[in-house]
Design a protein. Structure first.
Length: 330
């Protein structure tokens, strides 16, 4: 194996693992005489890693290297649904094959608590638009948005998923919610997976449901306008090097997000600090007991829904409309 790689160039050794997956694990591979799947895959990698400004520029660079590639053949292959399925299968199988090969190496091996627990870092990445990209209604170009997931155990990156194409602006989080079940099916582990993301992935109701169904939890930073309710403080060893930089370990929740018909659990202070009345209680995702006793009854509060159980005085009755004044004769 080492002698085979030693006789290859840098470009050939770089593409060799993907070509091996294409021949040994890909079922959608076809032998086409005009442009084989191997040539299409190799050309796609060169197109992405190269410095060509457009597809025509790429074909011109191939011709300068002595590689003959017809324009219609290449662009028709880019629009082929079968080729798209083939590339997606290569990307999926590559992750599975390389994950088995890299299993002895664990970048999170210093943390035994994370053994058997999938840990992914997710984020959106934008690429510069093509010269022929469509424009939005304002006449501006829209960048190509891709969602990627990085396994922090092996360092492998999943196949990027587009979330912003064709001149339309989209947010990455809805596409992530559609893609998460596939990731869980492919790489989960015996313990609850952890997703590491930026504040753009904060959705208290969504992640509470994911945790309740034992799907995944998220680790992220707090937004500036978020006001969590601290429920309990946990002790931790400040002398442990793992806890370097940790200021506090607390259990917190965001109680005003949900309403529920069950009894109140999480507590928050009253509106006025000087008031002598007891604190108002609401039901929210800060406590797991709430979603154990009232699963399926929670919903997002509407504009007229109150999260506290305080009584409200009835408003004054509406006055009847005044009768029109009679018009006096001239």
């Amino acid at each position: 194996m080492e002698s085979a790689f030693a006789s290859m160039t840098v470009a050939e050794s770089f593409i060799e693992p993907a070509l091996r997956v294409l021949h040994d694990y890909c079922r959608s591979r076809r032998d086409t005489p005009q442009l084989t799947d191997e040539q299409f895959l190799r050309g796609g990698v060169q197109r992405i890693l190269g410095h060509c400004d457009s597809g025509r520029d790429f074909l011109q660079a191939c011709q300068d290297r002595g590689e003959t590639l017809a324009r219609a053949t290449w662009f028709d292959a880019l629009h082929s649904p079968r080729r798209a399925v083939m590339v997606a299968e290569v990307a999926t199988r590559s992750y599975e094959v390389f994950a088995r090969l890299l299993q002895p190496r664990d970048w999170l091996g210093a943390f035994p608590e994370l053994a058997g627990r999938a840990v992914w870092a997710v984020d959106g990445h934008h690429l510069e638009h093509a010269c022929h990209a469509p424009r939005d209604p304002k006449g501006e170009f829209i960048s190509m948005g891709l969602l990627y997931g990085l396994c922090l155990h092996t360092g492998l990156q999943r196949a990027p998923v587009p979330f912003q194409v064709d001149g339309v602006r989209h947010h990455e989080f809805p596409v992530f919610k559609q893609q998460l079940p596939r990731w869980l099916q492919q790489d989960r582990g015996p313990l609850l997976p952890i997703v590491v993301g930026d504040p753009a992935y904060i959705d208290v109701l969504y992640w509470t449901e994911q945790k309740r169904h034992r799907q995944a939890v998220i680790v992220t930073r707090e937004k500036e306008n978020m006001k969590p309710t601290v429920i309990a403080h946990h002790r931790f060893d400040r002398d442990d090097p793992v806890n370097r930089g940790v200021e506090a370990d607390t259990m917190a929740g965001y109680t005003p997000t949900l309403t529920c018909a069950a009894s109140s659990i999480a507590t928050r202070p009253a509106a006025s600090a000087s008031s002598s009345s007891p604190p108002k209680t609401v039901c929210g995702p800060g406590s797991s007991r709430c979603f154990t006793s009232c699963a399926g009854k929670s919903k997002r509060p509407s504009m007229s829904t109150r999260t506290s159980s305080t009584s409200r005085k009835p408003g004054p009755t509406a006055k009847p409309p005044r009768a029109p004044r009679p018009i006096s004769p001239p």
